[in-house]
Design a protein around this ligand. Sequence first.
Ligand code: FAD
Length: 290
Amino acid sequence: MKISDILQKDEVSLSCELFPPKSGSQLENVREVVKEMARLKPSYMSITYGAAGGTSEYTVDIADEIQNVNRIPALAHLTCVSSTRKKVHSVIEQLKEANIENILALRGDIPSRADFPVPGQYRYAYELIEDIKRSGDFCIGGACYPEGHPEAGSVGEDLAYLKEKVDAGCDFLTTQMFFDNGIYYNFMYRLLKKNISVPVVPGIMPVTNSIQMKKIISLSGTMLPMRFRAIVERFADEPAAMRQAGIAYATEQIIDLVANGVSHVHIYTMNKPDVAGAIFANLSEIYQHR
Ligand code: FAD
């Protein structure tokens, strides 16, 4: 099923994000995570592609597992700047063979190689989107940054490039995480003014431990509201309390989004079916995709 069809529906839907194993020895563990996550019946599950723009040999395997074994629509991420066009095209062909219809097309982080960018290879996500579009009947998603992409000179400049990216063939967008819903609502106004009208799925990250917190702080540009900082300060050294508070904070963000007319929320579940399960349980009367 195409994600654009899921997003057209008015009913509340929730999706989950997973990451692939780094080595083959962890493949079975991640397959088990997929199975547990699938029991929650998310409307789709996404699987990231490598880290920091790198490639991943297991993204297609896990997308296949999500969709063809667990019968949940899969969204396979695909990054391009650390790859060649040849490699990217081979991954697209593998996805086609596995009947994966949805791809989140990403640039990835700029490689530190001195020869970047290589003439004729990828530089921005919109070039990948154009290639995917030419390669088959895929539903294509793109990333967006309500607080501006960290490399962009300004939010306005980032939005101009976002408009070009959507026009290249994006069917929907997924946002970078944010911890204050006001940021998402303001962003939606800006998109309206830019005539960007594809669905924009808010991405919510449940922060359940202090390591995650440090990673988020290192992601420059993500505003942390006082309310959020207070929770982390109070509970960072009490793992069980931090987990509970992080789940409650994410749940509250989702409830506020739904109350303000958002039908679909993507949860950065980070291979933690227990955290995803707790959020789904908190929303059991709101999300009834069972
Ligand atoms: P782009 O859309 O290409 O934008 C990158 C930067 O270039 C922006 O500053 C933009 O303003 C600018 N720009 C765009 N077009 C032009 C142009 N024509 N001329 C000049 N400047 C331009 N990373 C991974 O490695 N694997 C993943 O699976 C992954 N999943 C992600 C999922 C989501 C929902 C999000 C939000 C991010 C994800 N990332 C992932 C991180 C992403 O790869 C990085 O944020 C990357 O730095 C930017 O990718 P992009 O696709 O947004 O790039």
